[in-house]
Design a protein around this ligand. Structure first.
Ligand code: ARG
Length: 264
């Protein structure tokens, strides 16, 4: 059974602006955020059959809900994130503590390298991809590929709206890639085209509703609601889409995938 790390939104809110989606004046509704988050968790547990590990939320850390950015985990080894923005650097110790308490071996990258975890490092079994320029540094992938003994293809992200790789790039269990090419420079677009045969292109309007910020478990794909064309594309490829209303989290620049970290 797939396991995901999540963090309840008790202290979620828009308290600073570190991406173009965030406006302090556009506050998140606490009750609506909690209802949307719980509905997402219900979907994972009951409709998809995922096991959830819940972290303890921390007052003053509104983005801790985005556990995709805790770090990256593979082979029992966790590389903890080193956030670009000081506002999120305060999350690092809480993520690290969670992994240590759960007996993972925790590795840290050098401080001179920024790396925002599974938000920027994604892939298929054999090919991994690392998003850089917006948040993570190119150099992080050299270090990570040594740690994990995997080749990582760096992909340059050119739009500040798609500041993490998981906002525009979603590998599916059957080997297809769901993605939005407009978020990448032309070299990265070529890299993707040359390394992934089955590509499903998300239209811009739906990419801007975080259609690519989806969680795929077997043939299930959990994605934000309002992405009908993406849902049709997924169905045509044999997947079962599970739309969940998540607009309170769009206000922070996040959606379904950002709110989870795969633990296996
Ligand atoms: N407000 C958060 C930030 O800008 C959102 C993080 C979304 N996470 C993700 N994996 N895309 O850092």
């Amino acid at each position: 059974m797939a396991r995901l790390l999540v963090c309840p939104p008790d202290y979620y809110g828009i308290e600073y602006e570190i991406n173009p989606w965030m406006r302090v004046s556009n506050a998140a509704d606490p009750e609506k955020s909690k209802a949307q988050w719980h509905n997402l968790m219900r979907t994972f547990e009951e409709d998809v059959g995922v096991e959830l590990e819940r972290m303890t939320p921390v007052k003053g850390l509104p983005d801790l809900v985005f556990t995709a950015n805790a770090g990256v985990l593979y082979d029992g080894k966790v590389v903890i994130s080193r956030f670009l923005h000081p506002e999120r650097q305060r999350e690092e110790e809480y993520f690290e503590r969670w992994f240590t308490e759960h007996d993972y071996s925790v590795i840290k990258l050098g401080v001179e390298c920024y790396f925002e975890g599974a938000g920027d490092l994604l892939g298929f079994t054999d090919t991994w991809f690392g998003g850089y320029r917006q948040r993570s540094d190119f150099g992080a992938y050299t270090a990570l590929s040594e740690i994990y003994g995997k080749e990582i293809l760096p992909l340059e992200l050119v739009s500040d709206k798609f500041y993490h790789l998981d906002t525009c790039f979603c590998p599916l269990s059957g080997g297809e890639l769901l993605y939005y090419p407009g978020a990448f420079d032309s070299y990265a677009q070529d890299t993707i085209a040359n390394s992934v045969e089955k590509r499903i292109i998300v239209p811009q309007v739906e990419a801007e509703r975080f259609a690519c910020n989806a969680v795929c478990v077997d043939h299930h794909v959990v994605l934000p609601s309002g992405c009908n064309e993406t849902m049709d594309l997924l169905k045509r490829h044999g997947y079962t889409p599970h739309p969940v209303e998540l607009d309170e989290f769009f206000k922070a620049g996040g959606s379904a995938k950002c709110l989870t970290l795969a633990l296996d």
